[in-house]
Design a protein around this ligand. Structure first.
Ligand SMILES: Cc1cc2nc3c(=O)[nH]c(=O)nc-3n(C[C@H](O)[C@H](O)[C@H](O)COP(=O)(O)O)c2cc1C
Length: 172
């Protein structure tokens, strides 16, 4: 019998072990944006999933401490921009790792408005423009459910996608 390569836990795992296990899972990297009275805002997020195609619906899990969350809830709209493999810089900017805040985060890329007015990244693998239709609090996060009312993205066929795995970015 082969030995397990990861510690087996049949009880509720410690948070650190849970994070280590989750770090093994490759996730697409997105920038979730919205438009507020102070201008455009957004955050980097991997906790994004497709919910349904009838009607087209996605979910995003946002930390209750996120400054972007309040702006999304006030505007009632958000856009999920899935990053291409070469856009590690944008992922870091919107994860607050470069000391760039607010509108300045948008300065180095082309953005447009689709249906809702939330910023859609012109070079995105795909951009899902959403109306917020529900929100549910779970633990430290709020699950935002968005009905997709517009689609965008790069005109060219998708090249590589940016993923996050083992606490680092990779292009696949
Ligand atoms: C790879 C990566 C994935 C992330 N995924 C999420 C996520 O799914 N949800 C979330 O709330 N924060 C996530 N974060 C953290 C936010 O991007 C970060 O806290 C950001 O600074 C929040 O900005 P804000 O407070 O301006 O909204 C992620 C960060 C990184 C680097």
């Amino acid at each position: 019998m082969t030995e397990p390569v990861f510690p087996v836990s049949r009880a509720m795992p410690e948070a650190a072990l849970f994070r280590d296990a989750m770090a093994r899972v490759a996730s697409a990297v997105h920038v979730v944006t919205t438009l507020g009275p102070q201008g455009r805002v957004g955050l980097t997020a991997t906790a994004v999933a497709s919910v349904s195609d009838a009607p087209p619906t996605v979910l995003v899990c946002v930390a209750k401490l996120s400054r972007t969350l309040a702006v999304i809830e006030a505007s009632g709209v958000f856009c999920v921009n899935t990053l291409p493999g070469d856009d590690l810089d944008l992922a870091e900017i919107f994860a607050s790792r470069r000391g760039i805040e607010g509108e300045a985060r948008f300065a180095t890329r082309d953005w447009s408005a689709l249906t809702t007015g939330a910023p859609a990244l012109s070079g995105a693998v795909a951009a899902f423009d959403c109306r917020l239709v529900a929100a549910h609090d779970v633990a430290t996060h709020r699950i935002l459910i968005g009905e997709v009312v517009g689609l965008g993205g790069a005109a060219a066929p998708p090249g590589t996608s940016l993923i996050y795995r083992q606490r680092g970015f990779e292009a696949v």
